[in-house]
Design a protein around this ligand. Structure first.
Ligand code: PMP
Length: 418
C-alpha cells in the first residue's frame, strides 16, 4: 500500500492494512522526514518557562518568540505564590506519591485539593474526584459510567478524550452546537438505552466558541437524559466570578457531571470531575484509572493556591479579557475571520491546510509562535491558525502579532480566502 506524502495527514497513519507495527512505524518515520524537509517541524523545543514569550529552538535558530501555544490563560504557571505553594508541597511530601490512591497513594494534599476544587464550584469534597490529567478525567469517567446498554450522545467537536471514553458504549455524534440534531437523537434514544449521557464542551478547543448550555440542559431534561460538560477552556475565564461557562446561566449545580483540567488556567497538571456524591464515590472506587494508576503529585499544592487566586486576584481575568477583546478586534479590523470565538481561544480561519502551514511558517519567521491546525483536528477545509491569549501578553506583543498578520495578509490574501 502506498501513501501519498503530499496529501497525507496524521490520520492516514493510524492503521495501514497489511503492515505490522514496525512497518507502520517505518513509513511514518519517512513521512516525518518528508514533512521536516518541507519546513514543517512538529516538535519545536521550548528552552524557557511557559508564558507569553518563550525561547524556542525553531527553523535552525534559537530565539525568543511571542507565544500563543500554551493555555496558561491567567499566567499562573509563573505566579510567585503558586510556585511557592508547589515548592512547599514538595518540601513537605517529597516528589512523588509512589502508589495509586486506593492502595496507599492518597495523601492529605489530595484531600485538600478535592476540598478546594469542590468548594470552588460550591460543592462538598465528596463531590469531587481528582485525576492525573483532564484527558483521564474524561475518558475514565465515561468508561466506568457507560456500558454497552447505554449511549453517549456527543457534540462532534468534543475533545479526543471524550471519544476515547466512549469505546465501551454506543455513541452518536451530532453536528456542532446543533440543537435540532441533538433533539432528534435524544428522542430516538429515549426508550432504547439504559443511560443516555449527552457530552459537550463548555468552550470548544479549536473554535473557542461556547455551547448553548441552557438550551442543551433543557433538552436533556426533557428526554430524561444526563449532561456532562467538559469546561477545560471555560473555567477561570468565563462567568461573573470565573467559574466557567455554567456560571452565568445558573447551571453550576444543575449539570450532572462537570469535568476539567489543572493544566490550563490552574497552571499545573491534573484533572477533576465534579458530580453527585454517590456518582463521585462510584467513580473514585470503581474507575480503573483510580485503582491502578497514581494520581496528582505533591507539587499539586500549587493548584490549591491557583484556585484561591481566582477570587483573590481577579485582576488577571480582567487583563485577559482586555487582551482578548483588543486582539480579536485587531484581527477583525484586518478583515481576518475569527469565527464564533468568545473565549481566550482565538482562531484565524484560513481554510486551506497548505496556506495555513505557510502562514504558520511566516509567523515563525517573524518571531511569533502559533499552532497551525489542520485535519483531523478540524475539518479538511477548515484549517486555521489557533492562538491562546494569556493575561501575560502585553499590548506590544499583540500589536507586533497584528502587524505580522497584516504583512502576511498582504502577501497571501488570507482574509479573502476563507
Ligand atoms: N478537554 C479539552 C476540551 C481539552 O482541550 C483538553 C486539553 N487540550 C483536555 C480535555 C485534556 O486536558 P489535559 O491536558 O489536562 O489532559
Amino acid at each position: 500500500m502506498k501513501i501519498d506524502f503530499t496529501t497525507a495527514t496524521f490520520k492516514d497513519f493510524e492503521n495501514i492494512q497489511g503492515y505490522d507495527m514496525m512497518q507502520r512505524a517505518d513509513i511514518y518515520y519517512d513521512f516525518l522526514d518528508y514533512m521536516k524537509s518541507n519546513g514543517h517541524n512538529y516538535r519545536l523545543r521550548n528552552n524557557s518557562a511557559c508564558g507569553s514569550v518563550i525561547n524556542v529552538s525553531a527553523e535552525k535558530a534559537t530565539k525568543d518568540y511571542i507565544s500563543y501555544v500554551t493555555s496558561d490563560y491567567l499566567g499562573f504557571t509563573q505566579h510567585p505564590k503558586v510556585k511557592q505553594a508547589a515548592i512547599e508541597g514538595i518540601e513537605k511530601y517529597g516528589t512523588g506519591t509512589a502508589a495509586t490512591p486506593l492502595i496507599g497513594g492518597y495523601y492529605l494534599f489530595h484531600n485538600d485539593l478535592e476540598k478546594t476544587i469542590a468548594s470552588f464550584f460550591g460543592r462538598s469534597q465528596e463531590e469531587a474526584v481528582v485525576f492525573t490529567t483532564g484527558y483521564t478525567a474524561n475518558s475514565a469517567t465515561l468508561q466506568i459510567l457507560l456500558q454497552k446498554e447505554d449511549i453517549a450522545i456527543v457534540d462532534m467537536a468534543v475533545h479526543a478524550s471524550v471519544y476515547e471514553g466512549c469505546i465501551l458504549t454506543n455513541r452518536k455524534t451530532f453536528p456542532h452546537n446543533n440543537l435540532e440534531a441533538l433533539e432528534t437523537i435524544l428522542k430516538a434514544s429515549e426508550h432504547q438505552y439504559r443511560t443516555k449521557l449527552v457530552i459537550i464542551d463548555g468552550v470548544y478547543s479549536q473554535d473557542g466558541d461556547v455551547a448553548p448550555v441552557k438550551e442543551i440542559h433543557d433538552l436533556v431534561r426533557k428526554y430524561n437524559a444526563y449532561l456532562m460538560v467538559d469546561d477545560v477552556h471555560g473555567v477561570g475565564i468565563l462567568g461573573k466570578t470565573g467559574r466557567g461557562t455554567l456560571e452565568d446561566p445558573g447551571l453550576l449545580d444543575k449539570v450532572d457531571i462537570i469535568t476539567g483540567t489543572f493544566s490550563k488556567t490552574f497552571g499545573n497538571l491534573g484533572g477533576y470531575v465534579i458530580t453527585d456524591k454517590k456518582l463521585a464515590t462510584f467513580i473514585r472506587f470503581q474507575s480503573r484509572q483510580q485503582i491502578f494508576s497514581a494520581t496528582a503529585p505533591p507539587s499539586s499544592t500549587g493548584i490549591i493556591k491557583a484556585i484561591e487566586l481566582i477570587d483573590e486576584e481577579p485582576q488577571w481575568r480582567t487583563k485577559l479579557w482586555d487582551n482578548i477583546n483588543y486582539f480579536k478586534k485587531g484581527l477583525n479590523d484586518l478583515g481576518l475571520e475569527t469565527g464564533t470565538s468568545c473565549s481566550a481561544v482565538i482562531p484565524v480561519k484560513i481554510g486551506d491546510p497548505h496556506v495555513t502551514g505557510d502562514v504558520g511558517k511566516l509567523l515563525i519567521e517573524k518571531g511569533i509562535y502559533t499552532n497551525p491546525i489542520i485535519y483531523p483536528a478540524v475539518a479538511r477545509k477548515d484549517a486555521r491558525i489557533r492562538m491562546s491569549i494569556m493575561a501575560t501578553h502585553e499590548k506590544e506583543h499583540l500589536d507586533k502579532t497584528l502587524n505580522a498578520f497584516e504583512d502576511i495578509n498582504n502577501k497571501l490574501h488570507i482574509a479573502k480566502k476563507y
